[in-house]
Every structure is written in structure tokens, then in C-alpha cells.
Design a protein around this ligand. Structure first.
Ligand SMILES: [Zn+2]
Length: 507
């Protein structure tokens, strides 16, 4: 197959020599860490952001952490984890992974709980059963009230990160939980439930009215039932019998959209049967892909129900954006765009950057290249065990690379240890910039020490330097160092800052 060289892509090494992006970066003005942020026109500032959870400020001290982020990472914006029950954005290093070279070297596995690390003000939660979400692990601490004045004093901006990750023992969660294909309640929240909608707009309004923050970064990226059924993501198992959501609120939304609920349920049962047979190696006489495609043709409700899920998600994004603008006009809203968007063409087809750009001021586009290798392998293995079971997995990988306009990435058996290249970061940043058509900013999420398997790629200072350079040379409006400071080695953080400053100096 002929190698693709579209305008969005470059051969692996060439982007480092390209000066177009560098010139654009330099033209944007001095980096905030070198010149006081307040002296720069806001529009010209490249955001150099980092995601940080409350525990890091508690463990290491607010001023110490901010000093270090400014000096080492050239950071000018804090994406402060304010609401989540997940360990991806909050808490110390995840259990089982080595601690980085800062912070408490002790697992918080037993004390981590999650929730709202600011103080929820009850008047914003009148219309939702989700009233008791205060995170208990840091006592009376209000992380936003603590970090905000210290950051402002330095000219740094602070965004509250809020993430759609819950746990089932939170009061109200059971009442608003999704219902799976078998009729069982789950621990994920139904985005068609009015109380859930009221919670997200209430939380965003509360944070924007109660604190002088600069805006909200909203992590609201669960997959719909089709992708969950296929296991077409990176970290998940194939869960075709547990797909969601079939609750009464979804049924109502389906009626409004003219979708037959009963047919949709039957369609997902058919899909479940197809998946289960594939996993047992029971090949359909026409082959796996043809059988899958026939299901989509005969049961259009499969796609329709998946779109219904996405519709709710996009409505919530739009409602949060509107709530923030109502609370304080001028505040910014950004959305985290999940990693799977970069390596799964089916997911990619459901995400239009042009459309997302109408609902956000910026998009945090995940381009995690180190853990990306391992995650991409998992995705190829999942689709290679069902829909594309007739195709050798190495060939699926190479074919998929062409579909996605990836360059020369490693072979399947090496990809987890090699990771994806900086060229991947460059290409995905370019694609996002082209997609949003200038209607919103693009801030790629850069992988610094995101946990991976024992033999898989770990971030090094060189990787980090190259990934940051690639994103900025592609023309990004800034970047967000991810996932959280409490899993990053300081040498990698320094490499990120060095890349930012080197581009500035060379400009
Ligand atoms: Zn539902």
C-alpha cells in the first residue's frame, strides 16, 4: 500500500526541522514564565497548562508547587482538579505504580475518596438529588480558595477541572444511574436524567459564581453503547451485554427522536450475540466483518441508539457552556477530547471538531504518545477479536494507520514498548487545528508519566521535550501537561519547560 503524505502529515523526522510552526509560536509573543503574564495581550498568550489535583498542594505546599511549576515547567495556567471521583485526575500516584520523585511516597489507596474539593454551595443544587458530593479526605480544605489567590499573585490562571466519574455509594447516584441492556442499574450517570443535567450546570455555575476562576475544563467523555459493545477503546474490556443506557429518560428521548426503544434493545441483543460468538471463535459463514455490517444495515437502531447517547453528551456540553457564560460572561469553557478519538476511526467519525468548536472556547485534545502505544495496541486487539477477526492484527494496525493518517509508527509487537511518536502528536494537533477552523483554541494534552504496564513506554525527558515541541510546532494555541502532577517525574516537567523556552528563544 502506498504511503500517505497528506498536507496534515510529515515524515517522522521532518517536523523537527520545520520552521513554520516555530515562527507562528514566536510571533505569539514571549512565554508568560519569562515575562509577566499581565504584560501580554491575552489573545497572544500561548497557554502552558498543567493538571494538578488537591493532594499535591496538600502534600507539598501551595507556594512550593506553584514555584516549581513555573520554574521547571514554564507553566502559566493551572487546571485544578475540583470535581471527580476518579484517580486519573485526583489523588496521589495510582496504586501499584512507582511514586514520582516528589510528594508523599505513600499510597493514598485507603484514604482516597474523591468528590468536590471546593465547598459546594447548596443553592446551586436545588434541582438535583446529587447534593452531597463534598470530598472528605482533606478535612475543611477548599482547594480552589487555597490555590486561587496564590496563583493570581503570580499572574497564573486557574481553571476548575470537573470530571464525569462517580462512585455508586454517593447519595443520589442510584436514583440517576444508567440502566444496562439487562435492566441492571450501573454506577454511571444517565445524561438524559434531568437531575444529572441540573447537577452539571449547577456545579459549573457554583464554581464560576463563588470563585474568581478563569473557567471550566469539563471531562465528559464516556463512550456510547456501540463502542462499548465492541470494546473499541483502549482500557476497556469488551462489554456487549452491559451497554447503556436503556432507562426511562432514554426511552423518552428516543420517542422524541423517533427511535423505537424495543427495536433498539433487540438490536443490541443481536450485537451482543454477534460479539459473544466471535469471542468463541464461531465464524459466521460470510465472515465477521460482513456479519457486523449486515447487523448495522438490518438494525439501524444500533447506530441510532449510539447517536442518542452522544446527543445527550453534547447537550450537556452546550448547557455547561451556557451556564458558565450566564454566571460570568467572558469565562472560558474547554472540553477534554478522549484519547480514543485519535486512534479509533469509528469514534473519530462521531466527533466533529467543527461542531465541538461551536460549544467551547478551547478543546483539550488528547495526544498522549507514550501510553498511546499501549492503548492503541489494546484497541487493535479488541477490534481484531470481533469485527476484524478475519484479519491478522498486524495488518489491521497498518491499515488503520493509513485511515488515520499516522506516519511510520512501530509494529504491533513493539508498539507498547516504543509508544507513539512525536510525529503522531504533530499530526493529531494539525488535524484538530484544521477541524476547528479557527472557531476555538486547541490545547493538546501532553503525556507526562501516565501509568502504563511494566514493559510499556514510560515518559523520558527526551520524549517529553519532543512531544511538547511537536505540539507547539504544529501551531497549537498552547498545551496541557497531563494527567496530573502527582504522577510526573520532575525531570520530565523540566524537559517540557525547556522545550517551551527553547522554541521561544529560537524564535
Ligand atoms: Zn438513561
Amino acid at each position: 500500500m502506498k504511503k500517505s503524505h497528506s498536507p496534515g502529515g510529515m515524515p517522522r523526522r521532518e517536523f523537527l526541522r520545520d520552521s513554520t510552526g516555530l515562527a507562528a509560536f514566536a510571533a505569539a509573543g514571549p512565554i508568560p514564565a519569562l515575562v509577566k503574564a499581565a504584560e501580554q495581550p491575552a489573545a497572544a498568550r500561548k497557554t502552558i497548562g498543567i493538571q494538578v489535583g488537591a493532594v499535591s498542594f496538600v502534600d507539598e505546599g501551595t507556594e512550593t508547587v506553584l514555584d516549581l511549576l513555573q520554574e521547571r515547567g514554564a507553566v502559566d495556567t493551572i487546571y485544578l482538579t475540583t470535581f471527580t471521583y476518579g484517580r486519573g485526575l485526583a489523588g496521589r500516584q495510582v496504586p501499584g505504580q512507582p511514586f514520582p520523585d516528589h510528594g508523599r511516597q505513600e499510597s493514598d489507596e485507603k484514604t482516597f475518596h474523591g468528590g468536590n474539593y471546593a465547598i459546594p454551595h447548596p443553592e446551586f443544587y436545588d434541582d438535583t438529588v446529587l447534593k452531597q458530593t463534598r470530598a472528605p479526605e482533606h478535612g475543611a480544605l477548599d482547594i480552589v480558595a487555597t490555590v486561587l489567590p496564590a496563583a493570581k499573585k503570580r499572574g497564573m490562571r486557574v481553571f476548575s477541572s470537573i470530571e464525569d466519574v462517580f462512585r455508586s455509594d454517593i447519595p443520589g447516584v442510584k436514583e440517576v444511574a444508567e440502566v444496562d441492556l439487562q435492566g441492571r442499574k450501573t454506577s454511571t450517570l444517565c445524561l438524559y436524567h434531568p437531575d444529572v443535567r441540573a447537577f452539571w450546570t449547577g456545579l459549573a455555575t457554583d464554581l464560576c459564581k463563588s470563585y474568581e476562576i478563569d473557567g471550566i475544563l469539563f471531562f465528559n467523555e464516556r463512550n456510547g453503547p456501540l463502542l462499548n459493545a465492541l470494546g473499541a477503546s483502549h482500557a476497556q474490556s469488551i462489554a456487549s451485554s452491559r451497554v447503556t443506557c436503556f432507562c426511562e429518560h432514554h426511552q423518552r428521548a428516543a420517542r422524541e427522536q423517533g427511535i423505537d426503544y424495543e427495536r433498539a434493545r433487540q438490536a443490541y441483543q443481536k450485537l451482543d450475540q454477534f460479539i459473544q460468538r466471535a469471542l468463541k471463535d464461531q465464524r459466521p459463514s460470510d465472515g465477521y466483518f460482513v456479519e457486523f455490517w449486515r447487523l448495522l444495515v438490518e438494525w439501524p437502531e444500533i447506530i441510532a441508539w449510539d447517536r442518542l447517547f452522544d446527543l445527550a453528551k453534547h447537550q450537556v456540553l452546550a448547557e455547561v457552556n451556557a451556564a458558565v457564560k450566564r454566571a460570568r460572561p467572558g469565562l472560558q469553557v474547554g472540553f477534554h477530547i478522549e484519547h480514543v478519538n485519535s486512534f479509533n476511526p469509528l469514534f473519530r467519525a462521531t466527533r466533529s471538531y467543527a461542531d465541538l468548536a461551536t460549544k467551547a472556547d478551547f478543546l483539550k485534545v488528547v495526544v498522549y504518545n507514550n501510553c498511546g502505544g499501549e492503548r492503541y495496541v489494546n484497541f487493535i486487539r479488541n477490534v481484531g477479536s470481533t469485527v476484524f477477526r478475519d484479519v491478522p492484527k498486524e495488518e489491521i494496525l497498518r491499515f488503520n494507520n493509513h485511515l488515520l493518517n499516522y506516519g511510520e509508527e512501530a509494529a504491533l509487537d513493539q508498539l507498547a514498548t516504543t509508544g507513539l511518536s512525536p510525529d503522531y502528536v504533530f499530526r493529531e494537533t494539525k488535524r484538530a487545528l484544521a477541524g476547528v477552523e479557527g472557531k476555538c483554541l486547541v490545547l493538546p494534552g501532553i503525556d507526562i508519566g501516565i501509568p502504563t504496564g511494566k514493559a510499556s513506554r514510560k515518559a523520558s525527558p527526551e520524549d517529553t521535550y519532543d512531544a511538547v515541541t511537536a505540539a507547539l510546532k504544529a501551531g497549537a494555541d498552547g498545551l496541557i501537561l497531563s494527567r496530573k502532577y502527582s504522577e510526573m517525574q520532575l525531570s520530565n516537567l523540566s524537559a517540557a519547560g525547556r522545550a517551551v523556552r527553547d522554541l521561544q528563544a529560537r524564535g
